[in-house]
Design a protein around this ligand. Structure first.
Ligand code: 9PG
Length: 513
């Protein structure tokens, strides 16, 4: 089923607000006549977008998932939103067509209600329709948690000792964390979650009791739908894997040194295995799971039950994990089809990974990868999705407060802090606590203050291709000053740029701005 709408308006008078498919996929606010770029490398589209509905790469054609908005200069315009996303992917396409604009919404999966409204207040209409979708799907929005996560400093080299050293120091310094979350690196392989990586210096099941003694909850990272091509799981159960047209296990993405396979979540035995995986982690003492690379369960491919839609297959896998973890466990989704997760997950990563540097220009601009990990990309996408606090607790990713092992300058760290304050939701840090000086610790403490989400005051592209003007302040994520606001900074309403130093600003002209 495809819905069509025609607008008798000059495309030159409109901005378009798009929502990316999964956590890392680019969301943006751009002139309609611009071009939505598609990444140059295939694995980037597989790992960062929906390969079945990727960015158009055509001038004047914009694709968006679940929700889309068109904005006129006076703040009015049009908003479209699918009102259920449990079994159906809604693919919006907006096309500049001479002196008109053609809009379509194609449904992949069973029929669902689709709202399409003209409004004199796009911000309010986006918030109202997204809230309605959240309500229809029974959105879970428990109290936000403050999380220390191992990934952004220790990466796959993390050890059991690193976790405990940081937890002890956090307690000593009275840092207000609720959860200590072990990320990628503890496991023998993707799929072989119960076997330890020999370099981890122990087993993940040893951690929760020791954290509990210090007063912290234990969190664990899993990529539950991924299966490493060299894993024991891959060899033992090829029948549980998503297949290509030639019935061979489908290999996708590129991480951990190459592509990986995915579980077929329409296979009853794979579902039982997923339930058991989450239940086992719970038995080990983890009541917080960060489940990652979830888009793999919805990847286009040949499934055991071909009558199940991709969205539904994804949701069956997600529900199995929820069933294994229990209703009272906390589920943070990452790399996840965002709307299809509503009602099962407690929190959702709302953008690409932040990094201890501002921008990865080669990958973002030359390779056109909007899902590239970088602080700039994280700010852009997360700010363009502010309304998603009605779907789950947003996870705008970690604050990087450390000055050591970081290229971020003070005003860039200030922009990161401004983004966390604006979006609300979870608070997180990954800094080795022993590395933090007094100023860094003060910034870290400040970043752990939970805030209610802010509202935009206007949708214009001033300050970068995202939502930059808020009741509490203004962002400039670009590389040139915007009015009197310096590049890469946030200024609180009526105040100073947060953390802005007096160093000369680097002014770089970027093709993509
Ligand atoms: C663990 C990490 C962390 C992190 C997740 C996810 O596109 N990419 O190249 C890409 C690489 C890593 C990545 C996301 C995207 O990170 O977001 O928090 O858990 O996995 O491996």
């Amino acid at each position: 089923m495809t819905h069509h709408f025609t607008l008798n308006i000059d495309p030159a008078d409109l901005l378009v607000l798009t929502n990316g498919y999964q956590s890392w996929s680019e969301a943006e606010l751009r002139p309609l006549q611009g071009t939505q770029v598609r990444a140059k490398l295939h694995w980037m589209t597989e790992q960062g977008q929906d390969p079945a509905f990727p960015p158009s790469d055509e001038a004047g054609v914009w694709r968006s998932h679940t929700l889309v908005a068109l904005v006129r200069e006076n703040g009015g315009g049009w908003v479209g939103c699918a009102l259920d996303a449990a079994r159906t992917f809604a693919h919006w396409e907006v096309r500049a067509a001479g002196d008109r604009v053609e809009v379509s919404c194609a449904l992949e999966g069973p029929e669902v209600e689709v709202a399409w409204e003209e409004t004199d207040d796009v911000i309010a209409a986006v918030e109202r329709l997204s809230a309605q979708l959240g309500q229809n799907m029974g959105a879970r929005t428990p109290a936000p948690l403050r999380v220390w996560c191992s990934w952004y400093s220790y990466f796959r080299e993390v050890t059991l000792g690193d976790m405990l050293d940081n937890a002890r120091l956090a307690l000593e310094k009275d840092l207000p964390f609720d959860v200590f979350q072990l990320d990628d690196g503890f496991q023998a392989g993707l799929g072989d979650w119960f076997d330890a990586d020999p370099t981890f210096g122990g087993h993940a099941r040893e951690l929760p009791a020791q954290l509990a003694e210090l007063g912290y909850r234990a969190g664990l990272w899993l990529a539950p739908f991924l299966v490493g091509p060299n894993s024991r799981l891959f060899a033992a159960h090829p029948e549980w894997l998503l297949k290509d047209a030639a019935s061979a296990p489908l290999l996708l993405g590129d991480n951990w040194g190459g592509p990986y396979a995915a579980l077929d979540t329409t296979h009853p035995e794979a579902l039982a295995w997923l339930r058991d995986l989450a239940a086992t982690c719970r038995e080990w003492g983890y009541d917080y799971l960060k489940i990652d690379f979830l888009y793999a369960a919805a990847f286009p491919g040949v499934r055991h039950d071909p009558s199940v839609s991709r969205a539904q297959a994804y949701r069956m896998g997600l529900q199995a994990i929820r069933d294994g973890l229990g209703e009272d466990g906390f589920l943070l989704a990452c790399g996840a089809p965002v709307a299809a997760s509503i009602g099962i997950v407690d929190a959702m990563r709302t953008g690409p990974d932040v990094t201890p540097f501002w921008d990865d220009e080669p990958r973002r601009v030359l390779l056109a990868d909007g899902a590239v990990p970088s602080t700039r990309s994280a700010l852009q996408t997360t700010l363009a999705r502010w309304y998603q606090h009605a779907w789950y607790q947003p996870d705008p990713d970690v604050m990087i407060a450390r000055r050591e092992l970081s290229l971020l300058r003070d005003h860039e760290r200030g922009a990161m802090l401004g983004m966390l304050d604006t979006i609300g939701g979870l608070r997180a840090s990954s800094d080795p606590i022993a590395m933090l000086g007094e100023d860094d610790l003060a910034l870290l403490r400040r970043s752990l203050d939970i805030t209610a989400p802010d509202r935009p005051v206007a949708l214009t592209t001033a300050g970068g291709p995202t939502v930059t003007q808020w009741t509490r302040g203004t962002f400039n994520i670009g590389d040139r000053p915007s009015g009197d606001l310096p590049a890469r900074s946030f200024r609180a309403a009526g105040g100073q740029s947060v953390g802005l130093n007096t160093e000369a600003q680097t002014l770089v002209e970027l093709a993509h701005d």
